[in-house]
Design a protein around this ligand. Structure first.
Ligand code: HEM
Length: 510
């Protein structure tokens, strides 16, 4: 963002004075576009977003100032519409669901797609439909999620054992430990226990997050070769993509060798499939409308990893942050778990059945801290009218879930953390209540909800059952810094450090 700000100021100083003289906006005269803040030639509305490094907050401010549920921005060359009310979200994700069912491809995104489209950014069409079906029926189905239960329980056990082993009285980096647990669970479920190049893979993913974070010059001015050259993101994206695909190639070879070895041994041993196994099996079985290439398999695995890891890890970090800020909520959750577990040394997924309050805490965390605050971008496939305004074909559309789920129009005490508000399941995140859509809605709704819930509930229950959590030093709950930072998803700007106090010592495997 800082680099972009520098280029924009430079650009404005050199060229804007000339262009201002000729400024005239044709679109506004012909079409009835949604209201938007005043625009400058060339950079359009970008200067309004530079006031806040968090785009969802900047966009919410603009919508509030204009008192407009739908706003129009021009980000460089890119026309953007943002929906900031439940009614506008409903029109985008229900009334016009098909029209907005595709994703825009920026120049950076095109680099990632050269060897095969995955699911997350696939254009709406036969390939997306097929990958979506595979993900719902095979990769992320309830049965498949249940099959990874052992992995989740082992990783949660490892986490609580490592926290219990920390020197007494010392604060631990909760953010880091949660991130490691979620990534390890995802690597083991998706690529398998034996992936030898795990460290390299994780490094590469961290680099991917840097590339995908925020706006970059090339994507804002896609028609300008100069902007793309100066921005330099395409080159970095291309190197990153090559490295990721090479790592996936290695993982696939390992899987094929293991399958060949098992077939040769003919001892009838059956192993639980990881997600690479599942995709390779589907490819072998054939009979698909669009044949599954190795490129697509690699892209799908990378997609699931990207979509599933940071999201769950960051949600858990926000949940722990809110719990230490709201000690009564933490105590209530602990009381529920303790009553259920009755001193057992380990939390398993069977114990989660009937733990209602943990679920409410996760729902409330997703309301106050939706980690994908603008959802993933959609693109308008055919010009249409939303809330009575024209939305031209090719417009990028965001739904500001962050603004909607904090809007006092829909929520009492909107900025307070009150899990009880979800009691009775009055409102849910399954995509039918448009004031609360942290996983999106319609055709492109997140297919990984069950996968995410399974990891998040177990980890949270284990952390609260085995430990009390205190703030370091003399810090008061109200003093905990909750500043957000925009990565691929919204995370804490500063890692969360807390002091664990053992309540129920975890069972440590011999
Ligand atoms: C707290 C956890 C998670 C949150 C908040 C979250 C949120 C989202 C959101 C907002 C979208 C875009 C929806 C839209 O455009 O309407 C999405 C898409 C997606 N998510 Fe998740 N997600 C989470 C976890 C996961 C997990 C664990 C996986 C898989 C392992 C996953 C896989 C996907 C995929 C594949 C898509 C793209 C779907 C498509 O475009 O058809 N997500 N997610």
């Amino acid at each position: 963002m800082e680099q972009l700000t520098y280029y924009l100021y430079l650009f404005s100083a050199l060229i804007l004075p000339l262009l201002l003289l000729k400024f005239k906006n044709r679109d506004d005269k012909v079409l009835r576009l949604p209201p938007g803040p005043w625009r400058l030639p060339v950079i359009g509305s970008l200067h309004h977003l530079l006031r806040n490094s968090l785009p969802h907050r900047a966009m919410a401010d603009i919508a509030r100032c204009l008192d407009a549920p739908l706003i129009y921005l021009k980000l460089g060359e890119v026309p953007v519409v943002v929906a900031s009310s439940a009614a506008a979200a409903r029109e985008v994700m229900k009334t016009h669901d098909v029209t907005f069912a595709t994703r825009p491809w920026t120049p950076t995104m095109k680099v990632f797609m050269v060897d095969g489209e995955g699911l997350v950014f696939a254009r709406y069409g036969a390939l997306w439909r097929q990958l979506r079906k595979i993900s719902i029926l095979e990769l992320l189905s309830a049965r498949r999620v249940a099959s990874f239960r052992g992995v989740r329980e082992e990783e949660a056990g490892r986490l609580v054992a490592s926290v219990a082993a920390a020197p007494p009285g010392e604060a631990v980096n909760v953010s880091e430990r949660i991130a490691v647990l979620i990534t390890d669970t995802a690597v083991r479920s998706m690529i398998g226990d034996r992936f030898e190049r795990r460290e390299e893979f994780l490094e590469s993913l961290a680099e991917g997050i840097k590339i995908a974070s925020g706006f970059n010059l090339g994507d804002l001015f896609p028609s300008s070769r100069l902007a793309r050259l100066v921005g330099g993101t395409e080159r970095r994206a291309s190197e990153h993509h090559r490295r990721n695909f090479e790592l996936m190639e290695y993982a696939i070879k390992q899987h094929e060798q293991r399958r060949a070895a098992m077939a040769a041994a003919q001892d009838g041993a059956v192993e639980e499939e990881d997600l690479v196994d599942v995709l390779l099996r589907i490819q072998r079985e054939g009979g698909l409308e669009v044949p599954l290439t190795m490129g697509m398999i690699k892209a799908v695995i990378l997609d699931l990893f990207g979509a599933g890891s940071e999201t769950s890890a960051n949600t858990l970090q926000w949940a722990m942050s809110e719990l230490v800020r709201n000690p009564k909520v933490m105590q209530k959750a602990q009381a529920e778990i303790c009553e259920k577990l009755q001193g057992k040394p380990t939390v398993t997924e069977d114990d989660l059945v009937g733990l209602r309050y943990i679920k409410l805490i996760i729902k409330e965390t997703l309301r106050l801290h939706p980690v994908v605050p603008l959802l993933l971008p959609r693109e308008c496939q055919e010009s249409c009218k939303v809330m009575g305004y024209d939305v031209p074909k090719g417009t990028t559309v965001f739904v500001n879930v962050w603004a909607i789920s904090r809007d006092p129009k829909y929520w009492d005490d909107a900025t307070m953390f009150k899990p009880e508000r979800f009691e009775g399941d009055a409102v849910d995140f399954k995509g039918t209540d448009f004031e609360y859509t942290p996983f999106g809605a319609g055709r492109r709704i997140c297919p990984g909800m069950a996968f995410a819930q399974a990891s998040m509930e177990l980890v949270l229950a284990a952390l609260l059952y085995h430990f009390d959590w205190e703030l370091p030093g003399e810090m008061l709950p109200s003093e905990l810094d909750m500043t957000e930072e925009m990565g691929m998803t919204v995370r804490r700007k500063h890692d969360l450090y807390l002091r664990p106090v053992v309540r129920v010592p975890p069972h440590v495997a011999p």
